[in-house]
Design a protein around this ligand. Structure first.
Ligand SMILES: Nc1ncnc2c1ncn2[C@@H]1O[C@H](COP(=O)(O)OP(=O)(O)OP(=O)(O)O)[C@@H](O)[C@H]1O
Ligand SMILES: [Mg+2]
Length: 779
């Protein structure tokens, strides 16, 4: 087996003795030696022997073929280093050797060392040459195979080297390019962007790279990128056609511009946060919604959390915990933010995890919508619905209470009347236990008065109480309330009432309005005194303020039935008392709702106030928080007074007015008949009573000539009041009738009054009222 690490020498010499001795010397130095004694044999061996590293060739090989000829032939088919051996060296030999690519010569007998050293150098030289050839081949293959055009310009601007791609790129044959000047081949203007770079690199020696538009030889317009590098002979230029890449970049850029424009102009505040919490993108809508610019958010991503309203932070933190977790799905939540100008806005937040095409988690993308206006209108809607529900509830309770009150009124009327009659008899009689009887009578009378009062409240609440609207000044009513408050509220409650000055006119029932406002003030006083917890200091400030408002959209939207055409008078009552939680606020206007069981609150105060205010087309708002006091705000339609401000409510006499004539009383309630008979008799009238409609009509038919007037109950079984009235009229068209009913706002009353009845009295009546009304009809 051939050992390739051992160098093989082909020794060629015609002297066999010399060959053998040299062979042995060379083998001693570790070489493998094959030999030939003639030039022909040497050529043959060179053909047949695959491993030959060096040929040691004697120049004089006899007559047929000398060593130089033999070497020439070998080198014609095989590249091998040849070291010539010669007995001597003269000019002739030296010239011959120079004609072939040899690796030198050695004079025979120069000694073994010289020979060995020369051989080694010849082998090394050959290897270097081989290396160089290999490198050059590699370099050329590389140069010609790359698609970029590569060329070298010398300092005279001549093409010193061009590759195939350059030839193709410039569309000029290689022969025409090489040795010719750039400026002669291409007009300068065509190369301007590149020419400038070429010059600058040529002069400065600093590499450069430029990209410019380019008109190609085939007429195309495109883009080129040229790298210019200084080399010893001038500059090396590598030109690449980047038209495709550039077009791609341009379309990419346009696409990005398109998407960025689209997203930058989104109405919502768009956001993309990477898994580490850094903001990748934020739309400029951030500024409109939060007051902070995207740059401010980019510089401080924590700002997103900082602007969350403190009450919603817990919820946000819970949500944010899932931020870096790619398994967290879509998330929707609503929270408030505090904007740069410190206003509060509602945000609807939707976010989702986002992934790249390769499935890599890229963070979360969120869309934030400003829903402040929506929230506001939802709240207003809720408010209006609450008001509607409240109104309906009050209506239902009112109907019920009104019905009860009506029946109760009759009973009460009889009781009260009877008691008054007993009292009047008592004055005339001398009784044994007069004092005691008087005392109990008084108690019984007071109780009926109190019961009447409660019934009245119920009737007010159910809106069946007669209303007597007059033009009135809220300021003077407040003065009245202030006086009552000063006299009756504990001294620990300090009162702040508006200073009289401005007038605020409304068209209202003064007594009812004062009652309504007083109820609110009494509650306010209670909230700072008796409602305080055990051990808490009593007292606080009750502050009443007034004003007027021209209703805007907000007011109209949140107050069902508000009239945008008029002004409303505002009366607000604020206290620094115990306040209410939201559950209590929901119930305060309900009749009989009270938290003052221990101090006998009836729970009718505010329901009455509510009824009065709404019956006057007004509104009540309540703001309160447990522990922080309450504010009740009443709105009533303002009355614009034209001409004289006449709100004079006649001062009526407190004495019963006596009269004469015969009065027929028609009622189905015997007790009422008794009372009426007694009252009228005391007033000086002759009285006929008839129980029920049928009896009443019969009596009237028989005795109408002597009857001056009729007291007629409206609510009787079998026949309605209006029917009875019609029949009375048919008997005597000039009949004078006083209608009586427990329902002040009974629509029938108005109808009958319009049809010619003289007046109306609400039940239960007292003797004074009755005396006046009877006078009124009799004229
Ligand atoms: N200013 C206020 N501060 C705290 N709580 C109040 C205030 N006003 C009303 N309330 C609450 O509303 C409830 C109902 O009030 P409302 O005036 O209808 O009845 P009341 O005061 O309890 O009894 P009444 O007025 O019939 O004597 C009260 O019991 C109280 O709990
Ligand atoms: Mg009250």
């Amino acid at each position: 087996m051939t050992d390739f690490s051992v160098k093989t020498l082909l020794l060629v010499d015609d002297e066999a003795v010399l060959v053998l001795s040299l062979k042995s010397i060379l083998e001693q130095h570790g070489y493998r030696v094959i030999f030939a004694l003639t030039g022909e044999d040497a050529v043959g061996l060179a053909r047949s022997e695959p491993q030959i590293d060096l040929v040691l060739m004697d120049i004089e090989l006899g007559a047929e073929m000398d060593g130089i000829e033999a070497a020439k032939r070998i080198l014609s088919f095989r590249e091998l280093p040849v070291l010539f051996l010669s007995g001597y060296m003269d000019r002739d030999i030296s010239e011959k050797i120079d004609t072939i690519s040899s690796c030198g010569y050695v004079v025979k007998n120069s000694g073994d060392d010289v020979l060995i050293t020369s051989m080694r150098q010849a082998l090394k030289l050959h290897e270097s040459r081989q290396d160089l050839v290999r490198q050059r081949t590699r370099y050329l293959t590389l140069l010609e195979s790359i698609p970029d055009s590569v060329y070298v310009l010398d300092r005279e601007w001549r093409y010193a080297m061009v590759n195939d791609a350059a030839v193709h790129f410039m569309g000029i044959p290689r022969e025409k390019l090489l040795g010719n000047r750039l400026v002669d081949l291409f007009p300068l203007d065509k190369n301007t962007p590149f020419g400038e770079a070429f010059k600058s690199v040529m002069n400065s020696g600093i590499p450069d790279m430029i990209t410019a538009e380019f008109d190609f030889e085939d007429g195309r317009k495109g883009w080129c990128e040229v790298r210019v590098t200084p080399v010893p002979e001038g500059i090396l230029c590598i030109t690449r056609d980047i038209t495709e890449r550039k077009n791609f970049e341009i379309s990419l850029q346009r696409n990005e511009e398109k998407f960025r424009t689209m997203i930058d102009w989104t109405y919502d505040w768009e956001l993309w946060v990477d898994p580490g919490g850094d903001i990748v993108y934020m739309s400029p809508a951030a500024l409109r919604i939060t007051g902070y610019s995207t740059d401010e958010f980019m510089a401080k991503p924590q700002l997103i959390k900082d602007i969350i309203h403190e009450d919603d932070r817990g919820m946000w933190d819970d949500h944010y915990r899932c931020h870096g977790d790619q398994t967290c799905g879509d998330y929707e939540l609503e929270f408030r933010i505090v904007t740069k100008d410190e206003s509060v806005r509602w945000i609807s937040h939707i976010c989702q995890a986002v992934f790249g095409e390769d499935g890599q988690f890229l963070g979360r993308r969120a869309s934030n919508r400003d829903i402040t206006e929506l929230k506001k209108s939802e709240k207003e809607k809720e408010e209006v619905q609450k008001q509607l529900a409240q109104a309906q509830k009050m209506e239902a309770i009112g109907t019920l209470a009104g019905g009860l009150a009506h029946d109760f009124n009759n009973v009460l009327g009889a009781m009260r009347g009877s008691l008054e009659i007993i009292a009047s008899y008592l004055e005339k009689e001398q009784l044994q236990n007069e004092e005691k009887i008087s005392k109990y009578l008084d108690t019984a009378l007071k109780s009926t008065v109190r019961a009447t009062d409660i019934i009245r409240q119920l009737l007010v609440m159910s809106r069946r109480e007669e209303k007597n609207p007059v033009p009135m000044d809220v300021m003077s009513s407040l003065e009245h309330i202030q006086r009552i408050a000063q006299n009756s509220f504990p001294k620990s409650v300090s009162l702040e009432f508006p200073v009289a000055g401005d007038h605020l006119y409304i068209h209202a029932d003064r007594t009812q309005i004062e009652q309504a406002l007083l109820n609110i003030c009494v509650n306010a006083s209670h909230s700072m005194t008796i409602m305080r917890g055990e051990g808490e200091d009593e007292g606080g400030v009750l502050s009443v303020k007034t004003g007027r408002i021209k209703p805007g959209t907000d007011f109209i939207n949140s107050h069902n039935g508000a009239n945008g055409e008029i002004n409303y008078v505002i009366i607000s009552v604020a206290d620094t008392g115990v306040g209410m939680d939201s559950e209590t606020i929901k119930k305060i206007f309900e009749p009989f709702f009270t938290t003052k069981e221990h101090i006998a609150g009836t729970g009718l105060g505010l329901s009455m106030t509510y009824s009065i205010i709404t019956a006057h087309q007004g509104f009540i708002d309540v703001e309160s928080q447990k522990g922080s006091g309450s504010i009740f705000t009443v709105y009533l339609p303002e009355l614009t007074l034209k001409g004289s401000k006449k709100n004079a409510v006649k001062q009526e006499s407190a004495k019963p007015l006596r009269g004469e004539g015969c009065i027929l009383v028609i009622d189905d309630e015997p007790s009422i008949l008794d009372v009426a008979r007694e009252f009228l008799a005391q007033l000086g009238y002759t009285v006929i009573v008839a129980e029920g409609a049928v009896a009443g009509l019969e009596t009237f038919r028989d005795r109408h000539h002597e009857i001056s007037g009729v007291l007629l109950d409206l609510s009787m079984p079998n026949m309605s009041g209006s029917e009875v009235f019609k029949k009375l009229k048919s008997i005597n068209p000039g009949v004078k009738v006083l209608l009586a009913s427990g329902f002040a706002n009974d629509r029938r009353v108005k109808k009958i009054l319009d049809a010619g009845a003289g007046a109306f009295i609400s039940k239960p009546f007292n003797i004074i009222d009755l005396s006046k009304k009877i006078r009124e009809i009799l004229g």
